[in-house]
Design a protein around this ligand. Sequence first.
Ligand code: 0L1
Ligand code: MG
Length: 258
Amino acid sequence: MALSLPSIADELYRHQTAATELKKLTLRYEGLTVDDAYEIQRLTMQRYMVEGARLVGWKMGLTSKAKQRSVGVDEPIFGHLLSTMELERPVLSMQGLIHPRVEPEIAFVFRSRLEGPNVTARDVWLATECVVPAVEVIDSRYENFSFTLVDVIADNASSARFYLADQAYSPYAFRLDEVGVVMRLNGDVAQTGAGAAVLGHPVRSVVEQVRMLTRFGAAIEPGMVVLTGGITEAIYVHPGDRVEIAFAGMGAIELDVI
Ligand code: 0L1
Ligand code: MG
């Protein structure tokens, strides 16, 4: 089928807003590249912004070796975070979602702009206002949560919802690579992990985020949030579930699914 990136973006937007699955783009459109996929992602997100959503930050995906292996890649990807994706309370409604999964993350919130190909971890620390425990809800719009790299980038890196805990912390309070996480589903331990699962250290994820954004002429702006990536594997959730995520030394998030 002939490639029209705006019409593919239109198709994705329709499936995202209607919460309906679609067949992988790469099965239907030959020759789609990673750059095409980021352009589809940008065009899709623009649709939401024209309707009033605000760009509030970025998310890094495929930041753990396990996730990279599952897609057969060795580098992370990124997506947009919109104001409409942010949960004000730790309550996740299944409305508008297909087959959501949740994963614990550490979010960075920025006080100053970060851009450029040569950004370092030191630049990231200087620009960081605080770090916050977070939960990301991912929800691939593809059938069976199955995709290639190009498909998932076009689908905004499976981004669906996110929640930041009420309490923020100084970025210097803890070694973020050593922060341990225990995620329980309805009282049973479902996943455990540590911050080091995120590219070795969550700050590396922000460095990568800035470098990748630079390629596309974008930046981290003051006030923005970056979700650095899953500390554990994501787990499927269903109505009635309660997910408790304990971040050692950083409190806990209790998320109810309705
Ligand atoms: O946040 C993530 O790491 C998800 C990236 C996309 C892959 C997936 O949906 O599992
Ligand atoms: Mg994630």
